[in-house]
Design a protein around this ligand. Structure first.
Ligand code: ATP
Ligand code: MG
Length: 595
């Protein structure tokens, strides 16, 4: 391909509103163009990389024994109603609109395909003899993301490889889950991603075991907890830690203290001369009204002053969605203005008290007095509010904070990092097969619901994550496996016939050997072409110029280190070929184990 005849609209401008390096570089290198918020066109260079990622994903899925099919992006909403997921998906589920009774009114744009594939399984998989089977597709997904962000990292339309496996029993699912886990490790390695596998929350997809494939970068929207010695890694939503040591000092009598106008933890601490970790934050939540009652469920939730409630853990304990109460409800429950709530005496005024396990082991804590402008000291769990009983639940409901210790018992400290989720695998169990009545006949002729797994990986996110991991202040540094082209031939002195003839000859020879070559034949200044070459990030570079050619050589360098070597035009082709093969082999990770 000749640069002069191609479409690579590079730009020096740093785009407004773009902060993530991958976003800035994809725009500047002419890989993508924004059409509207969360919607991008892939320009030729960007599309070449996207297709390479797609090929790697397809090759590895096929190698793992999965079978490709294709499902429609448009789906009837009735399928979503059959699993009760219309509400769970909320605004993410994009619906077409039309008059009542019109087909559009009953149609959605697929954000994922569990329902569609389960319907296929229900129709065609009838016997245990057909199991296990893993069916996948590579397809455009649509999601009503409220805040599209960071270029192609979070968009409203994106390409996903989604796979769904069907099994007769849990052991068979375990084996396929492991197979997919290893496949995702291979995909990530081949795409050049420095990845990490973490325990994850299953969310609206469902099931109880799931892992995410993460790439650490500040541009990510996920928070992961890692132990210093590598024995634990989990998404913050899911992460737990060793419980804090129980406090043992003797209990003192409760004392009330005047803290006018001070509702916030830091202010109260300054006033009372205590630290946030010695305070109890008392939060009032409301949930759906219990049966035969109008008034919403009232729940008091307790965490230490330096801790935050983890919404996923809270949901798992409460089993119903809870939200923070409005000021009026808080006043009704506590008898005080917002900021002065305490757990003492509240149990009779709420339906449920959820106590974080690290609150349950505190001694002589400070908290609100349930009286405006007052706090109390020396509140003791078990003495001043119950830790047992029908309405009380003690559990781990908080976010892990840096400095907490690994839950494995190794004593390793935990830290918090920002990451991008590129892939997510789930053990679904029988959630969808039961809801949709999808079953098979087992060995003894009994009808049983399928045990299922599902496995998603975002192709666009892989591209952006690779750039996040591989760039410098001049531009992208593509891993060889997904580079839009493998070799760039950069000509200086384009009006010199010998330069152009040599460049053409090298181009033809490399192409004949199956190498993907871009020839920068533009009649532009050298400095300008070098800047573009750095920005676009093609791994191997051959520079053909008049002076060096007169001395019998061309220059060769790697985008990664810029070390220039001289070769005769005859020797540079085999050198480029051997380097290219070496790099692809390294990326294919022969012998590399995953964690
Ligand atoms: P997130 O938590 O980032 O919203 P998710 O957990 O909803 O993602 P999954 O349903 O697990 O995503 O989808 C599988 C994969 O699809 C993700 O790991 C990611 O790579 C990709 N993906 C999901 N949502 C988007 C999006 N809005 N834009 C681009 N890729 C996405
Ligand atoms: Mg996910």
């Amino acid at each position: 391909m000749r640069w002069s005849r191609y479409l690579i609209p590079t730009s020096k401008e740093i785009p407004k509103d773009a902060t993530a390096p991958s976003h800035i570089l994809m725009l500047r290198a002419g890989l993508i163009r924004q059409v509207a918020a969360g919607l991008y066109s892939y320009l030729p260079l960007g599309y070449r990389t996207l297709r390479k990622v797609e090929n790697i994903v397809r090759e590895e899925m096929n190698r793992a024994g999965a079978i490709e099919l294709h499902m429609p992006a448009l789906q009837p909403i009735s399928l979503w109603e059959s699993t009760g997921r219309v509400a769970a998906m909320g605004d993410v589920l994009l619906r077409l609109s039309g008059p009542p009774g019109d087909w559009r009114a009953g149609t959605v744009l697929g954000p994922t395909h569990e329902e569609v594939i389960t319907e296929i399984a229900r129709a065609y998989l009838t016997s245990y003899r057909q199991l296990p089977i893993n069916l996948y597709q590579i397809q455009t997904k649509f999601r009503g993301e409220a805040r599209p962000k960071s270029g192609v990292l979070r968009t409203r339309e994106f390409l996903m490889k989604d796979a769904y496996s069907f099994h007769a029993d849990a052991e068979s699912l375990d084996a396929e889950y492991r197979n997919m886990y290893e496949t995702y490790c291979r995909i990530s390695s081949r795409c050049g991603l420095p990845y990490l596998v973490v325990e994850a929350e299953s969310g609206a997809i469902g099931g109880d075991v799931s892992h995410e494939f993460m790439v650490l970068t500040d541009a990510g929207e996920d928070q992961v907890i890692l132990s210093e010695n590598g024995d634990y890694a989990a998404n913050l939503e899911r992460a737990t830690c060793a419980p804090l040591p129980a406090q043992t000092e003797p209990m003192h009598p409760i004392e009330e203290a005047y803290t006018p106008g001070h509702g916030r933890v830091e202010e109260v601490c300054a006033y009372l001369g205590t630290r946030p970790e010695q305070m109890i934050k008392t939060l009032i939540y409301v949930g759906p009204a219990p049966a035969e009652r109008k008034q919403p469920l009232r729940v008091v939730v307790l965490v230490r002053g330096n801790h935050d409630v983890n919404p996923s853990k809270l949901l798992r304990v409460a089993k119903v969605p809870l939200e923070l109460a409005d000021p009026q409800t808080i006043e009704e429950v506590t008898g005080a203005a917002v900021g002065f709530a305490g757990p003492q005496g509240l149990i009779d005024r709420v339906d449920l008290m959820i106590v974080d396990r690290d609150v349950a082991t505190m001694r002589n804590a400070a908290t609100g007095a349930n009286r405006t402008d007052y706090h109390v000291r020396n509140v003791n769990p078990g003495r001043d509010f119950p830790l047992h009983g029908e309405k009380v639940c003690v559990a781990d409901i908080r976010n892990v904070v840096p400095g907490d210790l690994s839950p494995t018992g190794s004593g390793a400290p935990l830290s918090l990092r920002t990451a991008i989720e590129v892939g997510h695998i789930f053990k679904l169990g029988a959630k969808y097969s039961t809801a949709m009545d999808a079953s098979f006949l087992d060995r003894s002729g009994q009808s049983r619901p399928f045990v299922m797994g599902c496995y998603g990986i975002g192709l666009n996110r892989i591209v952006a994550a690779a750039i996040e991991a591989h760039h410098d202040d001049r531009g992208i540094i593509w891993p060889m496996s997904i580079a839009p082209f493998q070799v760039l031939i950069l000509t200086l002195d384009t009006r010199d016939a010998q330069v152009m003839q040599t460049a053409d000859r090298l181009y033809d020879e490399l192409c004949a050997r199956g190498v993907e070559v871009l020839l920068d034949d533009r009649d532009e200044r050298a400095g300008f072409k070098f800047k573009d070459a750095d920005l676009v990030g093609i791994p191997l570079r051959i520079i053909v110029g008049r002076n060096s050619l007169a001395a019998g050589h061309v220059e060769f360098s790697h985008r990664r280190d810029d070390v220039k070597q001289r070769f005769s035009p005859e020797a540079v082709v085999p050198h480029a070929l051997s380097l290219l093969e070496q790099e692809l082999k390294l990326l294919s990770g022969a012998g590399k184990a995953c964690n």
